[in-house]
Write a protein that binds this ligand. Structure first.
Ligand code: ADP
Ligand code: MG
Length: 675
């Protein structure tokens, strides 16, 4: 993979920053927008804020020092005069703007004190009859040190060298009214002026959809191939014998819901196979995934192998540890706990127990999969809240030792379109039913100005024996301010609700301190728990029936949904109050509306996908997962369905075409698989 023409090392470096390694990559580097330089505008007809090209002669050009050094020129055509202004400029520019010389000047004009002016327009010396371009001018995303003009030239060179031939047989596009690949690519780089730009901008143009579809096909191919590769790998079959599971079942104070049973059947069957399981267990907050995970662990342990459960935060991992220890110790199954907060001696001991195989189940954070940790005989890995981990972390995990079976769990339901795209190499089990006896949570949106009423409500709930969470906002830029808000709120509430015990929990506390606070809240020694978002995932205190979220407008949809899921777990009528501060941005308003109108995790996740694209749901921000560049699975769901439908057939019947297509689309990029 390289360029078919000479490129200096420095330029190569910059192109790599943009992810561009070959002619094909350049061809797929599409403009952000286009400028219309295909016709001239008379100076008299310039409109403020509208980009235009004028052809005018320099009247006078001079360097002025008021208020700061700048190059200012007056230019004129037959219809009037225009000021052009440069705050940064080279001597060569001063030199070029000779009175009497003719220029094409393009940029946005604005009404200045002395009439119309353009700041930093592009100026090119011209002859009166030099033809104008007949195509729109592309503006590309670029990086420091690589100017528009140079990038444009490189891309044009690549476009001139490439055939841009079709990679797939016609059947792939049957019935779709799409242009060819070559037409689509050339058109998007250099559209004709009457091409509806609005459509291009909203990415609904057939040329754009053609590329989106090609990209989705590439993704489907790579997912199918990953699945095929996995089918060839071996892992130890964990047969169902059920002895330990029977005992645990009998000791539970509830029976599994139908949905839990169904998910468990699917997982149990997978574990018994020699093919490594890669299954996603999804179920809304509180749907009871943990017990299903526990069954899976026991099936593994019954076969004499070790199991491990990894959770994204210490507090959640610890909660799993305690629950599983309660369940497993009566069965004589040893459970180990590993987190970075352990002392070096404790850690050493635990790691030794894991290496010897003494620890049958290990629970922990990502500390479980550090370099120095080895398992004696690991048969199953469970990752809770998998979307919180980056894809890279998940990959690291699958490369540890022989292929263990893997179960990923997610309380952020993956919308179908996303499951079909990013997770298509996984099998999916869904718990689509909540355990009985849950009370629906009422959601209220309350402006921050009505805080006093809220305090009354907290008082009333706690007087009746209930408990409340009080969540302070996350301030992304500053963990310190974040912490300070929680501390302030805690102090204020202690004063205002002096008859109640107010607890505090935040990310900076030591694990032991967090644990003390959680235990006290669990025992109702604390009635109101003030927290930062550390309680977001997994925490389970059924007696808590009021969830209060300050500055709800700053939270993401899935966060709000997860937080709301902390209440409504017991018999008490539960309420989630979203305090917000006016004025609300358009975006915040839609998020609050969605969370207010829906309690269905799937619907919320789908809306989230529409609002923000897949990055967030995939945990891509931390991990750099290769995202789709042109397609959006939710917006382009019909194309996605088609691509998914075609994928297997094309791989089977046209393997060479598929390989060529993958070369074009993935080239040097990572594959799309989720691990
Ligand atoms: P999540 O799917 O969010 O991880 P958990 O596994 O933490 O949910 O379960 C939430 C709560 O529901 C726990 O207290 C758990 O013991 C309880 N639970 C799980 N399954 C059932 C069931 N079938 N009937 C009643 N309670 C259940
Ligand atoms: Mg959970």
């Amino acid at each position: 993979m390289s360029f078919s023409f000479p490129v200096s090392a420095a330029v190569k470096d910059r192109l790599e920053k943009l992810g561009l390694y070959s002619d094909e990559d350049l061809a797929l580097h599409l403009p952000l927008r286009w400028e219309d330089e295909t016709h001239l505008t008379a100076i008299r007809d310039l409109k403020p804020g509208v980009a235009a090209v004028v052809q005018a002669k320099v009247v006078v050009a001079e360097i002025l020092y008021r208020p700061r050094r700048q190059l200012v020129a007056t230019v004129a055509d037959d219809s009037g005069e225009l000021i052009i202004r440069f705050l940064n400029f080279y001597p060569s520019q001063v030199q070029a703007l000779q009175p009497g010389r003719l220029f094409r000047i393009s940029g946005e004009s604005r009404g200045g004190f002395f009439g119309m002016e353009m700041v930093h327009p592009r100026c090119q010396a011209t002859q009166p009859d030099t033809p104008l371009p007949d195509r729109l001018t592309p503006v590309y995303p670029t990086t420091a040190g690589l100017g528009q003009l140079s990038l444009r030239k490189l891309i044009d060179k690549a476009l001139a060298n490439l055939e841009l031939e079709e990679t797939l047989p016609e059947v792939a596009y049957a019935g779709l009214d799409f242009p060819s690949y070559a037409e689509a690519v050339r058109l998007l780089h250099h559209p004709v002026p009457d091409m509806p730009l609005v459509q291009m901008g909203t990415q609904e143009a057939p040329a754009f959809l053609r590329l989106a579809f090609d990209e989705l096909l590439a993704q489907q191919f790579s997912l199918h191939l990953a699945r095929q590769a996995r089918a060839k790998k071996q892992s130890r079959p964990l047969r169902q014998n059920g002895s330990l599971i029977q005992v645990l079942r009998a000791s539970l104070h509830f029976t599994l819901t139908k949905a839990q049973e169904r998910a468990w059947q699917e997982i149990g069957r997978d574990l018994a196979k020699t093919r490594p399981m890669r299954r996603l267990l999804q179920g809304d907050v509180g749907s009871g995934k943990t017990v299903v995970a526990a069954f899976a662990c026991l099936q593994c342990i019954e076969n004499g192998m070790q199991a491990a459960i990894m959770a994204p935060t210490e507090i959640l991992a610890e909660q799993h540890f305690r629950k599983l220890k309660d369940w497993f110790e009566p069965l004589g199954v040893e459970v180990a706990w590993l987190a970075s907060a352990l002392s070096p001696t404790q850690k050493k001991k635990t790691v030794a127990r894991m290496a010897s195989g003494e620890a049958r189940l290990s629970v922990g954070t990502h500390a479980l999969f550090q370099k120095n940790v080895h398992f004696h005989d690991l048969g199953l890995v469970i990752v809770d809240e998998q979307h919180r981990f980056g894809v890279k972390q998940r990959l690291a995990l699958s490369q540890k030792g022989v292929e263990p079976h893997q179960l990923m769990m997610s309380a952020t339901p993956i919308p179908r379109t996303l499951a079909m795209s990013y997770f298509a190499d996984l099998d999916v089990s869904t718990i689509d039913e909540l355990p009985p006896g849950r009370t629906p949570v009422t959601t209220k949106l309350v402006a921050d100005s009505r805080r006093d009423e809220i305090l009354q409500r907290v008082r009333a709930v706690c007087r009746e024996g209930g408990q409340a969470y009080w969540v302070c906002p996350l301030i992304e830029e500053s963990e310190k301010i974040d912490l300070q808000t929680a501390l302030d709120t805690h102090a204020k509430l202690q004063a205002q609700l002096s008859e109640l015990n107010i607890g505090l929990i935040h990310g900076r506390m030591k694990t032991a301190e967090k644990q003390t606070a959680m235990t006290a809240f669990q025992a109702n020694e604390i009635q109101v728990l003030v927290s930062t978002t550390v309680i977001e995932v997994g925490v389970d205190v059924p007696n808590a029936s009021l969830m209060l979220i300050e500055h709800a407008e700053r939270f993401g949809l899935s966060q709000l949904h997860q937080l709301r899921g902390r209440v409504g777990r017991g018999a008490r009528e539960s309420v989630c109050i979203l305090l917000y501060q006016n004025p609300l941005s358009e975006d915040a308003r839609s998020r609050l509306r969605i969370i207010y109108e829906s309690t269905d995790g799937f619907e919320i996740a789908r809306q989230d996908l529409l609002l923000r694209g897949p990055g967030q749901l995939l945990g891509a921000r931390q991990s750099g997962v290769p995202l789709l560049r042109f397609a959006n699975p939710e917006r382009d769901r019909e194309l996605l369905e088609r691509a998914a439908h075609l994928g297997a057939m094309l791989i089977e019947r046209h393997p060479d075409h598929v390989r060529a297509h993958l070369d074009r689309w993935l080239g040097t990029r990572l594959n799309f698989t989720s691990g």
